[in-house]
Design a protein around this ligand. Structure first.
Ligand code: ZN
Length: 292
């Protein structure tokens, strides 16, 4: 017996409720029950009604079970948003200009939230004194960070995973360190090379000298050869910035300081020097000022 026949036999519709169908069945069963109905067809009709009712109920319940199974078996659509990553923590560090050129290690202090080892998830609970059940706590940290050579003022360094803790199952944020570098009047930087000015006296330039000069790695000796002209560049090998594993140079730019005459005796000395060092032709073109 197909479904439509069953409904026809019971005189019900497909969208009637189970209760409606049961009622229709009972009414018909009562009417056609062989005990109360002596009609020849009654027994056959009663059997038909009973079969129809049973089939309808089977079909309906099977369908219901099928729907339930489909709901249960169907993979749940994951509508929950993924756990949120922790936010970044920002901090600052001050370094000297020389440190910015040679690279350095600095200790930075910062505060971040850290996921608690107790594994609690945010319900207040005093059994963990560290987080009180919140699942995370504030932590002050000192971290030594490597600041690379050649870092510029206001440049930021990012240390992944050292920021605030995220939700359970999510990554921590980053630590973002902004580096502050003061300006320098001492050094001029061109790529990996560093330039520095060095004032020498007139006799030092003439006779040669060994002077102490500053480099980004500390003080060092700089040999000024005899007869060095103003503007001469003396190379200090490997004293520049280390980038990608190779060092630049420091260039010492010589500035010969010309003294001012203070009195007549100095002028006499200088005249003597002049006579000794320069030819008659050169001297003839120069007039020494008379007012000294
Ligand atoms: Zn805890």
């Amino acid at each position: 017996m197909n479904e439509r026949e069953c409904y026809t036999i019971l005189g019900v519709k497909k969208n009637d409720t189970d209760a409606d169908i049961k009622k229709a069945y009972r009414d018909l069963a009562k009417r056609y029950h062989p005990d109360t109905n002596s009609d020849k067809e009654a027994a056959h009709k009663f059997a038909q009604i009973s079969e129809a009712y049973r089939d309808i109920m089977d079909i309906r319940h099977n369908r219901q079970r099928h729907i339930i199974n489909r709901i249960l078996i169907r993979p749940k659509k994951n509508t929950a948003p993924p756990p949120k990553r922790g936010s970044d923590v920002r901090t600052n560090v001050d370094i000297s200009f020389e440190e910015s050129l040679r690279g350095c290690k600095k200790k930075v202090l910062f505060t971040r939230t850290k996921r608690c080892e107790c594994g609690k998830d945010g319900v207040p609970d005093m059994s963990c004194i560290k987080c009180e059940g919140k699942g995370d706590y504030r932590q002050n940290r000192i971290m030594e960070v490597k600041i690379p050579a050649g870092v510029k003022n206001e440049q930021s360094l990012r240390i992944p995973g050292s920021g605030n803790s995220g939700e359970i199952g999510a990554e921590n944020g980053d630590l973002v360190i902004t580096v502050h570098v003061p300006k320098s009047t001492r050094y001029i930087v061109k790529d990996k090379d560093v330039y520095i000015k060095l004032s020498v006296t007139f006799p030092e330039a003439v006779m040669g000298a060994t002077k102490t000069v500053r480099t980004i790695y500390g003080d060092t000796d700089c040999v000024i050869p005899p007869g060095t002209q103003s503007g001469t560049k003396i190379c200090l090998d490997g004293k520049g910035i280390c980038l990608n594993g190779s060092y630049g140079n420091e260039y010492v730019i010589i500035n010969v300081v010309i003294p001012k005459l203070r009195d007549k005796s100095q002028l006499d000395i200088l005249r003597k020097v002049y006579t000794e060092f320069y030819s008659k032709e050169t001297r003839a073109t120069v007039q020494v000022q008379k007012n000294i």
